[in-house]
Design a protein around this ligand. Sequence first.
Ligand code: ADP
Ligand code: ZN
Ligand code: ZN
Length: 727
Amino acid sequence: MSFAGIIVNNEALAMDMVFTYKVPEGKSVVIGQRVKVSFGQGNKRIDGFVVRVSDAAPEGVKNLKEISSAYPEVYFDEAKVLFIEKMRKKYLATYLDIIKLIIPRGILNGMTYKTSERLYVVKDATEKYKDEKYMAILDLIKKNQGQFIKADMVKQGFSLSSVNTLIKHGFIAVMSENEYRYNIEEYEKYAPKVLNKEQIDALNEINGANGTFLLHGITGSGKTEIFLDLIRQNIEEGKDSIVLLPEISLTPQMIERFKGRFGRDITIFHSRLSDGERYDEWHRVKSGKVKIAIGARSALFLPFKNLKLVIIDEEHESTYKSDMNPKYNAKEVAEMMMEENGGRVVLASATPSVESFHRAETGDIKLVSLKERATKGTLPDMDIVDMRDELMSGNRSIFSRVLLKKMKTALENKEQIILFLNRRGFSTFVSCRSCGYVFKCENCDISMTFHRDGSLMCHQCGARKYLPKVCPSCSSKYIKQFGSGTEKVEEAIRKEFPEARVMRMDRDTTRLKNSYETMYNEFKNNECDILIGTQMISKGLDFKDVTLVGILAADLSLNLPDYRAPEKTFQLITQVAGRAGRGDKKGEVIIQSYSPTDKAILSAKNHDYLGFYKREIEMRRMLSNPPYSKFLYLVLTSEKEEVLTKNIHLLGDILRKHLAKYANIILLGPSPCIISKIKNNYRWQLLIKGNFDLDFAAEIKGLVYETLKSSQKDIKVNLDINPNSMM
Ligand code: ADP
Ligand code: ZN
Ligand code: ZN
């Protein structure tokens, strides 16, 4: 008699445990197998996954149910079970959350192979069938063995009954074959480049050891060429590789380079794939046919057998941290995996995250630098325009005079222009247009958020004050909420340059499938003069005719209510500026800002990463922000405002008491979230800040669920360690 430990497909938190079932007499199951079990009092039949198999029944348990049936496919092995357990603990997740990451999405909803019935000639026609119509059918199929299904033959003008007759008498065989739903296009060959000295040195350093590397190389320094070479070597040694990119960097250009170099044995694994396509790609990897995956963070969980290299490009991007359950960080997971497999992680960026650079500085990971552009090109010239001056001179438009003038010249010279407007996040900060003063919290050094009742609030600590009538710094009355949209910019541009061909790329204009590719190609083919866009155009675009980049409002990211605001600003300016002057012509960048002396903006202008980093890490240290601490962010939501506020204050009191025994861990809040209501759900937050470990987080999780047990019907809990945004 044997017994199986099973994780069931039930989202309820109370069901997040291993259930034991009997394996039916004479049958067997293995770890990773999908099974059907009857569950609960109603004996509902649901799916489950085997995570343990043993000969002994667990002690004290009687009347175990039997597994109802088993599917043939096995999705993971014993080592992966350990991985599942580790991930569950680290990211305060459930077993099921983690299993869903590593199985093909969709199988729990019945997704399976798409098969088609393909025709093969297996016997030549005998005398009796040597008539014209039969011969023609056999002839065509024989020339195209396995290419046609019955419907194709009908399309060719043959009668279905003739085809069926030939099948019936054994001349044609019908084979059911798996079909791959992913369109495998051929790409033009992309020949290897002769690497320069800097690139070769970098390669050698990375090849010299296992572990984690930070590849810091300015935009256009040839990092991607290094990736390609690392992968080539890996393949030659029979090993698998994964390249993670932010979704928006997975441009046709990028795909061309990888497919053009390595051919079709690559999977491009991004979020626009259908469940069917994902299913097929997952199996192509499992079968060993594919040695390379390129994709967004979920590609990390593809079932490679011999994964030894994970490259994480644009490692500073927040997309590597998931906002949804399980709230994992792909950088951490990649390191965990490569430590286990004895492989390498390469974190690459022109603007490394402060956390990663700090790790390199302290020797935790190895730093590899590229300081020159790979082509002869130089970095663009950058200028900052003081928008306060513009206002004083009577210019109230979105564009400064100098930007307009440069645009005019570029258009005359038939060069292309990119205008960038940061619209991510939530811009509700208030500033003075005369002097640039921004209302900030005195405790937290982040911008305060404006509320309709006329108050300003810090959503980190809950501090509040009233918005004065005049600027506390210069007494101007011109204090206003900040913000402007890409549509407005487009309108204004069409007014200024009615002749110019203008294109707007943002979440609204790229919603349809392929609209991104279409716009991308139009711009590439010079069918457009001015590209206006958001984050979407900040990276991965390599167009040689772009000579002018305008950053319309650097202040938008600078005043995000987040301690990472200066870092985000530095990164954005550098990335966007990197789009200019990639061809023979020198690039130019105009940065418009109301705070032109801000240090993050100045460092970006001067291409001075180290200067930026040194100041920023000092700020982090002084304010005990990451990497010197962690945040445990707790959001409660409910349709019932009173139940919510009562409970979050109760929870706040309990946590505060609990935290008293920890010297360096503090509790901030409760306070309403910046986005205080979504779809009729009120939202409040608590923030724990300090240098805590996983056990501490697990303890808090337990305490939170215990405290809210009686109101769990009304309140939803969301826990996240070092979240991307706290809004
Ligand atoms: P990054 O990824 O650092 O932005 P890329 O790898 O995209 O840089 O390289 C920038 C440009 O320089 C690309 O057009 C690339 O083809 C070219 N390039 C890179 N390395 C070399 C080299 N060794 N010789 C010639 N051109 C190169
Ligand atoms: Zn002022
Ligand atoms: Zn505050």
